[in-house]
Write a protein that binds this ligand. Structure first.
Ligand SMILES: [Zn+2]
Length: 250
């Protein structure tokens, strides 16, 4: 009996450890998205290592140990999935922005220079498991403080519950927090209204313009992803109800 109790306790302890660990189940990603991620990883990894890594402040210690530092072309690893999202930001629209100061055209065009300028200045693009054991669904966190270290950190749900279009839009959202020194202005997780220049407004604007104007490395499925998330955010992330024209924007 005593032996049995010890065994049960050991199992509970082991299960708790496992639950608190940094594992994520990849099988939630469907087969066509796996193929799309794999295809893009082969394109984005060299670009990512030689360019995004050097310019956007990826500290090795955050992207090591399973996050992909030694395996940057592996679409299953967070680093590759980050590169894929940056690649979508940079290449989904043609003609591309001329440089990092060119904010002309629809946001599917200028989100990349905006993000690139931001990540380059911030110089601290981080990754981690979960925000905390009680906040396992937080996607990303931006810290901007005059007296503290500043960074943008992407958590496991960013890498594994979001497709590449959603990740691209999320990066834009977080960089908007940092560059604009903006918090959400209606409670902790909503913005007052759309349109505005708040993070959710720009994120939705990106998704709308992606849906209408993306013309490279895109597909009907990816446009449908943009539409789905954009519609859901229009209906849930703004305190003031969205104007009629915006409801029909997709
Ligand atoms: Zn936010």
């Amino acid at each position: 009996m005593i032996k049995f109790q010890v065994l049960v306790l050991a199992m509970v302890y082991f299960n708790n450890l496992w639950a608190a660990s940094c594992k994520y189940n990849l099988y939630q990603i469907n087969s066509s998205e796996r193929a799309a991620e794999k295809y893009l990883s082969n394109k984005s990894c060299n670009k990512g290592i030689n360019y995004y890594w050097k310019k956007f402040g990826f500290p090795k210690k955050y992207w090591d140990e399973g996050f992909g530092f030694h395996d940057a072309c592996n679409w299953k690893k967070p680093l590759s999935r980050m590169f894929n999202a940056l690649f979508v930001l940079q290449y989904a629209y043609y003609p591309r922005a001329k440089n990092w100061d060119d904010l002309s055209g629809p946001s599917v065009k200028w989100a990349y220079p905006y993000v690139a300028r931001g990540l380059n200045r911030l110089d601290d693009t981080l990754a981690g498991c979960y925000k905390s054991s009680s906040k396992k669904n937080v996607i990303a966190t931006t810290q901007r403080h005059w007296y503290q270290d500043e960074w943008i950190k992407f958590w496991l749900p960013f890498f594994y519950t979001r497709n590449m279009v959603e990740r691209a839009a999320t990066i834009f959202h977080e960089v908007r927090h940092w560059r604009g020194n903006l918090s959400h202005n209606c409670g902790k997780s909503k913005d007052k209204h759309y349109p505005s220049k708040q993070p959710y407004a720009l994120q939705v604007d990106y998704l709308i313009t992606y849906y209408w104007h993306a013309n490279r490395y895109t597909s009907k499925v990816h446009k449908a992803f943009a539409k789905e998330l954009g519609k859901s955010y229009l209906g849930s992330k703004f305190c003031k109800s969205v104007a009629k024209w915006a409801e029909n924007v997709f």
